[in-house]
Design a protein around this ligand. Structure first.
Ligand code: 5GP
Length: 194
């Protein structure tokens, strides 16, 4: 199988470079899968992916989970076609499963301000699950404005716009096999940041 993973890529007229390689993603996702196998043995968790961004992470993560599990999806939108969140979350699709009394793991591509996570937490809690935990591939730690407890974090990243591996820029770039960042935004190694 050949993956689409150039060193640099142009998307909507802007230049992006690799932040996290396919190998780094694969290694970390495999570790998270192992943790879930241990923590949820005999619990038959239901993984709820947040569309669109989480679809690739969820698909890869699930293939590292070897205990019985199920899947469902919410669909939200908050970014529109911009690089900055609109600050408004809209639900575009509800889950189909009955999660009352179930062990739920919500799967996000990225937690930025925590607004979307907070929104989902409120809807999910009303359905009275037995437990709810979060797994996110990426977390922009400095950007968090709304509190959310995330049990499994793939990578903490700087507060920069990223692309690829399910994450888009105006709907482009989801098919990239690695995570990319705007060229020039990441300080070069050894460069002074203050
Ligand atoms: P939050 O509600 O936490 O501010 O943002 C969460 C959602 O915003 C993510 O699920 C994702 O769709 C989008 N998002 C946040 N940061 C980025 C980013 O750097 N790149 C892309 N493509 N989407 C982002």
């Amino acid at each position: 199988m050949s993956f689409y993973k150039p060193e640099t890529v142009e998307c909507n007229g802007e230049q992006f470079k690799v932040l996290l390689s396919q190998q780094e993603l694969e290694n970390r996702i495999s570790e998270i899968g192992e943790e879930i196998n241990r923590d949820y043995a005999d619990k038959r968790p239901i993984l709820i992916g947040v569309l669109n961004g989480a679809f690739i992470f969820l698909a890869d993560l699930m293939r590292h989970i070897s205990i019985p599990c199920e899947v469902d999806f919410y669909k939200l939108s908050s970014y529109g076609d911009e690089k900055v969140s609109s600050g408004k979350v809209q639900q575009r699709k509800d889950i189909d499963a009955n999660i009352t009394g179930r062990h739920v793991i919500i799967v996000e591509d990225i937690v930025d301000t925590g607004l979307s996570a907070n929104y989902i937490m409120n809807i999910v809690n009303r359905k009275k699950p037995a437990s709810v935990e979060w797994v996110t591939l990426l977390k922009k730690s400095e950007a968090l404005k709304y509190h959310v407890d995330i049990k499994y974090v793939g990578f903490e990243i700087p507060t920069l716009f990223v692309l690829g591996y399910g994450l888009d820029y105006a709907q482009e770039g989801r098919n990239l096999a690695q995570i990319y960042v705007l060229d020039g935004e990441l300080p070069e190694e050894g460069e002074k940041t203050d």
